[in-house]
Write a protein that binds this ligand. Structure first.
Ligand code: HEM
Length: 498
């Protein structure tokens, strides 16, 4: 009996082994440069074992000498052949010009395993995606953002008050990464949900507590994100969820409450809640309605707070850049007498340069993914079939010396208006590009700008012995976030008394 079982197991193993070998010869058979995969894991073994962050994995694949002179490299996502794009012109074709063939993300989260998460815009497939994207886009016009600006600005004021309370404390030990998350949580709660989440004063309030749970990257969340991004074929076994049942209930409850209040008041605010009420009228299922609120919340606070945290760290490390930015803030405060709007803050040239440089160096989503919707002729040599995953390693590209001198140096001057013409617009794409790019780009940017402005208007940030020396990107997180905490001294230094 034992002998029979052993033979059976061995045969099964040999069959699987042989099947993988055949899969892994796919790019060789097409004579496309490809990187040797590891058995079962393809080219993602270090990601599976969390030995490297996804930003490094995709940057290493991009920099592999095998692809040096090629516009693309063949890789394997577990068993599946996938294409990693290297050439800017080809990237533009896939993301913009030939977008119709690449409308979907490869990422997929099933609404059966996560009823709210699986219905978020990011996860949606066309034509449902196209329909919802069109209806959500008006929420982000410049006009809407101008109207929203006072809400963001008032949270910025609260941030300044919060920092004041810290700096008056003789030995404050505060993790600025957490402070950024409190601020961005409050902004999203206010502009999207119409709530005063007040996380800056109550860091354990409902919004922050639930948000923390989603982005607290322990093994279970890492496996869920990982499955959705790379191995959704196994969703029926792993059953990934971005939102736990508890978080989903919290969101449903919050949205129900906000929608009921809006109906009662009858006053339109032209915000997300009004858009969701319209969806309700049009007969969209409840999970689709709450799913859109969920993506605003998920995509809106962690990405933005991550960009802010890295930016603050760079300002602490580069005091001369911080001083120059504070000088611009001082002049701006004098000129505006502390009263400004969306357009005015967007006109701050140096603030803009600093934000763009930080977003370049630390692209929050280190790779963009698309799925080939129908067969696509990449060039004369290569045709890819329907369903092929295609990746753009934007973190690696943004740190390629071919596009940026000394790419690991934080240098806002690259984005000076007189230098910007030399930058290829796909060399730095922190928000992606084309019809499927980040819908919240303008909101994200204004959140970051108002946040940084308020961090510096009355405070200086100075390194102390607990400030991180080397940035380590959390290998458990698929988004680019700093591992550990971000400590520094917050020193009160009022530049203009208003
Ligand atoms: C600085 C902050 C942010 C960064 C760096 C960022 C980055 C990104 C990136 C790289 C993508 C994928 C783009 C692509 O595949 O081409 C994306 C998608 C998305 N982002 Fe953002 N984002 C930010 C803030 C926001 C905010 C504030 C919101 C909304 C409140 C938001 C909502 C979304 C949504 C809904 C999608 C999916 C769009 C779709 O599939 O059509 N993001 N974001």
């Amino acid at each position: 009996m034992l002998a029979e079982i052993s033979i059976l197991l061995l045969s099964a193993f040999l069959f699987v082994y042989y099947w993988f070998r055949v899969q892994y010869s796919y790019w060789d058979r097409k004579q496309i440069p490809s990187i040797r995969p590891s058995l079962f894991f393809g080219n993602l073994k270090d990601l599976v074992f969390m030995r490297k962050a996804s930003s490094d994995i995709f940057a290493d694949l991009y920099n592999n000498p095998i692809g040096k002179n090629s516009p693309y490299i063949g890789i394997y996502v577990f068993h599946k052949p996938a294409l990693l794009l290297r050439d800017p012109e080809l990237i533009k074709k896939v993301l913009i010009k030939d977008f119709n063939s690449f409308q979907n993300h490869y990422t997929y989260l099933s609404p059966h395993t996560d009823p709210i998460g699986g219905n978020m815009l990011f996860m949606m497939k066309t034509p449902m995606w196209r329909d919802l994207r069109q209806k959500l886009t008006p929420f982000f016009t410049s006009g809407k953002l101008r109207n929203m600006f006072p809400l963001v600005d008032s949270i910025g004021d609260k941030l300044d008050d919060y920092l004041k309370s810290l700096s008056s404390n003789s030995s404050p030990i505060v993790d600025l990464k957490e402070v950024c998350s409190l601020y961005t949580t409050d902004v999203i709660a206010s502009v999207a949900f119409g709530f005063d989440a007040n996380s800056l004063n109550e860091p354990n309030g409902d919004f922050r507590r639930n948000g923390r749970k989603i982005f607290d990257f322990h093994l279970k969340t890492a496996i869920s994100f990982f499955t959705a991004f790379f191995l959704h074929q196994l969703s029926f076994i792993i059953r990934p969820r971005f939102l736990t049942q508890e978080t989903s209930h919290f969101l449903v409850k919050s949205i129900d409450y906000a929608m009921a209040e809006r109906k009662k008041s009858g006053v339109a605010r032209n915000d997300l809640i009004d858009t969701l009420l319209q969806f309700e009228k049009e007969g969209y299922p409840k999970n689709v309605i709450v799913g859109q609120a969920a993506i605003f919340w998920l995509a809106g606070f962690e990405t933005t707070s991550s960009v802010m945290t890295f930016l603050l760290l760079e300002l602490v490390r580069n005091q001369e850049i911080q001083d120059k930015l504070r000088e611009e803030i001082k002049e701006f405060l004098i000129e505006t007498n502390g009263k400004f709007d969306y357009d005015k803050i967007n006109s701050m040239e140096y603030l803009n340069m600093v934000v763009q440089e930080s977003a370049r160096m630390y692209s929050t989503l280190p790779f963009l993914d698309r799925e080939c919707l129908e067969g696509y002729q990449v060039d004369e040599e290569l045709h890819i079939p329907k369903g092929t995953p295609v990746f753009v390693p934007n973190f690696g590209i943004a740190r390629d010396p071919k596009y940026f001198d000394e790419p690991n140096k934080f240098d806002p001057e690259r984005f000076h208006p007189s230098n910007k013409q030399f930058i290829d617009n796909v060399a730095t794409m922190p928000f992606g590009t084309g019809p499927r790019s980040c819908i919240g780009e303008r909101l994200g940017l204004i959140q970051v700008k108002v946040g940084i402005f308020n961090f510096l208007r009355n405070h200086k940030l100075v390194a102390n012995e607990k400030t991180v020396k080397d940035v380590i990107i959390d290998p458990m997180a698929l988004v680019v976030t700093m591992k550990g905490k971000m400590y520094c001294d917050v020193v009160r230094d009022t530049m203009v008394d208003l």
